[in-house]
Design a protein. Structure first.
Length: 116
């Protein structure tokens, strides 16, 4: 990339550089600009990177969905087990309540007969 005359004029007149120094500075700037352009990604490279990232994202989402489904299945099984235990506990509590009420009724009937 050739240095523009306007840039050279600015370095000489406004910057106070000698013409040789101004030309060297301009050439160094041109060289760095050209080198930085070489490291810039092309449109195809950006597209390839975007496609790769989208695929990785889709794969990660799929893996997460599988893990979530596995956890959901485990939780359903654990909830079912807890419900079975609660049902058994409920039955046991009802039996104990009935036994306690029967015992209280017998004691109460006995007291009433004793006091008559």
């Amino acid at each position: 990339m050739a240095m523009q005359l306007a840039a050279l004029d600015i370095l000489i007149t406004k910057g106070g550089f000698a013409p040789e120094s101004a030309r060297a500075i301009g050439e160094a700037v041109d060289l760095e600009i050209e080198r930085s352009r070489e490291s810039l990604a092309t449109g195809q490279q950006l597209t390839d990177t975007r496609v790769m990232l989208e695929q990785q994202l889709a794969d990660t989402c799929h893996q997460l969905e599988q893990k979530i489904e596995a956890v959901r299945f485990e939780l359903k099984a654990e909830i079912a087990a807890v419900l079975v235990k609660l049902e058994a506990t409920k039955s046991e509590i009802l039996r104990w309540m009935f036994a306690a009420m029967t015992g209280q009724t017998i004691v109460l009937v006995g007291l009433i007969r004793l006091l008559k």
